[in-house]
Ligand binder design. Structure first.
Ligand SMILES: [Zn+2]
Length: 319
C-alpha cells in the first residue's frame, strides 16, 4: 500500500551508492562555463535564470506551455525535513499507520519521533521537490554537493545535476498545470495511484533525458539517473551485509521502480515523440502489471481536439 501524501509524489531522490563511480565528466560543451575556482554554492544558487532558460526548451520538447513558472526556493536539508514532517505525520494518522507492530497505538511522542526521523532521512537524499499544495519548487543544492564531495565529482557535474533536478521538477509543474496532476493523484489510491505516479515520474525522466542530450550534459544526467534509480543506501546505523531494519510504515518517497518502470513505460509508448506522453498521463494504466509490461497496455489515442497536442517543433538554441 502506498501511503504518500501528494507532496511526496514529486520528490527527486538520490537512493544509490553501490554503483561504480561515475566516469569523469567530459570537457564542457558550449555552456555558461562554471569556473572551477568559484565557490560551488554561489553558482548553484543561480537557479532562477537557469529555469527561465530551461522552461522554453521543456515546452518545445513536450509541446505544452507553462501557465506560469512556479517560484523556486532553495532550501536546506533541515528546512526540507521540517516541511516534510508535518504532512507525513498527517498522512500517518489519516492512513491509520500510527500503530506499532504489536497492534497498540503510537503515542504522540512516538509519532513525532518516527515521522521526524523519516523526514530527515528523505530530506538528506532529496535533490528537488515540486510541492503540489504550495505550487513551488524546492531545490536542495546541499544534496548534490554532499554526494559530489563523497564521490569527487567536479563542481560542474554537481552544478549540472542540481539544474537537471530542477528541470525534472519543472516537468512536474507543467504536468500539474496542464494535466491536473495534483488533484488527480489526491483522488487516487493503491495501484491506480502508483501507476499515475510512475507515468508522471517516467515522463519527467524522459523529458529531462532529452533536455540533457540537447545540452550535452549526458554525463551529469547519467549520474543523476544512477542516483535516483540505484539501490537504496543502508539506513543510518546499519552496515552493509547486515539485514536492514524493519521497514517503517510510512513511505517517504516514490521507490526506484516507480522511476525506472515509469520511464520504460513512457519510452515504450511515446518513443521519440514526447508529446504522445500526455495521453498516457491523461489515461494511465490502472494495474501495476501494465506498467511493468507496457506491451499489455493499449495506449489511448492522441486527442486531435487538444490544441496543445502537436508534434515537436525544431530544436531551440541550447539554453
Ligand atoms: Zn519526480
Amino acid at each position: 500500500m502506498t501511503l504518500l501524501p501528494a507532496i511526496f509524489t514529486s520528490l527527486l531522490i538520490a537512493t544509490a551508492t553501490p554503483d561504480p563511480d561515475p566516469p569523469a565528466p567530459p570537457t564542457p560543451p558550449a555552456q555558461p562555463a562554471a569556473n572551477a575556482s568559484e565557490p560551488i554554492k554561489n553558482d548553484l544558487l543561480d537557479l532562477d535564470p537557469w529555469a527561465r532558460l530551461a522552461a522554453p526548451e521543456i515546452e518545445r520538447l513536450t509541446a505544452r506551455s507553462f501557465t506560469k513558472l512556479p517560484p523556486i526556493r532553495v532550501v536546506s536539508e533541515d528546512d526540507l525535513a521540517t516541511t516534510l514532517a508535518k504532512p507525513m505525520r498527517e498522512a500517518m494518522i489519516r492512513m491509520r499507520a500510527n500503530v506499532k507492530r504489536d497492534g497498540t497505538p503510537m503515542s504522540d511522542l512516538e509519532m513525532t519521533v518516527r515521522t521526524r526521523s523519516q523526514a530527515y532521512r528523505v530530506a538528506a537524499r532529496t535533490l528537488g521537490l515540486y510541492d503540489h499544495d504550495q505550487k513551488v519548487i524546492l531545490v536542495i543544492p546541499q544534496t548534490a554537493e554532499k554526494l559530489g564531495k563523497k564521490r569527487a565529482w567536479s563542481p560542474e557535474t554537481i552544478r549540472r545535476i542540481t539544474r537537471l533536478a530542477l528541470a525534472h521538477e519543472l516537468v512536474h509543474a507543467l504536468q500539474d498545470q496542464t494535466a491536473d496532476l495534483a488533484v488527480r493523484l489526491d483522488a487516487l489510491s493503491g495501484e491506480p495511484e502508483k501507476c499515475l505516479m510512475a507515468v508522471s515520474e517516467g515522463h519527467a525522466v524522459v523529458v529531462t533525458d532529452a533536455l540533457a542530450e540537447t545540452l550535452g550534459w549526458s554525463t551529469a544526467n547519467m549520474v543523476l539517473n544512477g542516483l535516483v534509480t540505484g539501490v537504496e543506501e543502508p539506513a543510518p546505523g546499519t552496515t552493509p551485509g547486515t539485514p536492514p531494519p524493519p521497514p517503517i510504515d510510512l513511505h517517504g518517497s516514490p521507490s526506484a521502480s516507480v522511476y525506472q518502470s515509469g520511464a520504460a513505460f513512457v519510452r515504450h509508448h511515446a518513443g521519440t515523440s514526447l508529446p504522445k506522453a500526455w495521453s498516457l498521463l491523461a489515461s494511465p494504466p490502472k494495474a501495476w502489471a501494465d506498467v511493468l509490461d507496457p506491451k499489455r497496455f493499449a495506449p489511448p489515442a492522441l486527442d486531435p481536439a487538444d490544441p496543445q497536442a502537436k508534434p515537436n517543433s525544431e530544436p531551440a538554441t541550447t539554453p
